[in-house]
Ligand binder design. Structure first.
Ligand code: NCD
Length: 335
């Protein structure tokens, strides 16, 4: 275990966000690393109205009517793709999904040519997931509309960081000052990176826990405390966020066996007892039950917020699509 790093500055010290377009002065949403505290808070606050709408019988707002959103997914996805599609449709947009497996990408088309093709179709926003870190920024440089990063390699997954912060804020009333453990394959996880950036920016005390082979070198520079001993990391934690082993990004053997991994790093009911009595259990999905998380914990009523994360995901993506298309829609104060 390393010595605790100094606490990050309080986001409240930065004050509330400015008015209109200055509240979110970016064309794209590529990385949490690009966002100061008040821009994160702005998106979380905007998402609250969509949590409400999504609980109504009729879940419909027409502000994106006539707009075309393209979801270009070059990697598999269930939650992220579906929630971006639902988000766009609930705001009235026409949403088109491009699956790389059925596209010309399989015929050898370059990423840039695919980007130029999507651009020529005059999309009003493009949502991209790609296996290579940095690929989404590359596409953003080639197109004329807002681009949203739905996960690029092991780099970032900004809407996941935002939805997790919203879930924690909803459950606990705040993020600042909470002890949050992120445990699992931190090395390959874009979810871990975006969460670390988002939660430390909002003033949480983040502890990361992983076997030595799955811990990025120099992680302490991200204002977190690193642990290899999961029991020690859990001590008094307010939130426990579990990560999947990202086997698709591993070349070679990173863990002795799933059984051994569960023994040291799996979240069981016994282990959860080391955290605060009201600690939240979170997981971005997809879960490998019986490996990083036991079914009893994943389904623990009142403590597991895993399905609430999915609910918050739709609201966050509605907020991001709304905010990023405001300039294009000529919304007053955003032009
Ligand atoms: C994550 C992803 O794709 O990065 N899933 C998600 O978006 N909910 C995490 C994972 O695949 O393990």
């Amino acid at each position: 275990m390393q010595a605790s790093p100094p606490s990050p500055p309080s986001p409240l010290a930065a004050g509330r966000y400015p008015e209109g377009g200055l509240a979110f002065p970016h064309r794209d949403l590529l990385a949490i690393a690009d966002l100061p505290p008040w821009e994160i808070l702005y998106l979380l606050d905007e998402a609250e109205q969509w949590v409400e709408l999504n609980r109504q019988k009729v879940k419909r707002d027409e502000r994106l009517a006539g707009l075309t959103i393209i979801n270009a997914f070059f990697e598999n996805s269930t939650r992220t793709l579906l929630s971006f599609e639902i988000a766009g449709k609930r705001l009235g947009a026409d949403v088109v999904n491009m699956h790389a497996a059925q596209s010309s990408v399989k015929k050898g088309e370059t990423l840039i040519d695919t980007a130029l093709t999507l651009n020529a179709m005059r999309a009003d926003a493009i949502v991209i997931r790609h296996a290579s870190s940095g690929a989404v920024r590359l596409i953003a440089d080639k197109v004329d509309c807002p681009v949203l990063n739905a996960g690029d390699g092991s780099h970032e997954h900004p809407t996941q960081g935002l939805l997790d912060a919203l879930t924690i804020r909803t459950a606990k009333g705040r993020v600042e000052g909470l002890k949050i453990v992120i445990c699992g394959d931190v090395l390959h996880s874009r979810v871990a990176r975006s969460n670390i950036l988002c939660l430390t920016t909002l003033g949480a005390q983040v502890r990361v826990c992983a076997p030595p082979a799955l811990m990025p070198a120099g992680i302490e520079a991200m204002s977190v405390t690193a642990f290899h001993d999961f029991d020690a990391a859990l001590d008094g934690a307010d939130v426990v966020m579990m990560l999947r082993l990202q086997a698709e990004r591993m070349q070679g053997q990173f863990i002795p066996s799933p059984r051994e991994y569960r023994h040291l790093y799996g979240l069981t009911l016994d282990r959860l007892a080391r955290a605060a009595p009201d600690a939240l259990v979170m997981h971005p999905g997809p879960m490998n039950r019986g490996v990083e998380i036991d079914s009893h914990v994943a389904d623990l009523a009142g403590r597991s917020w895993i399905t609430r994360q999915v609910e918050m995901g739709v609201a966050i993506r509605m907020a991001c699509l709304d905010v990023l298309t405001r300039r294009g829609r000529g919304v007053e104060g955003w032009t």
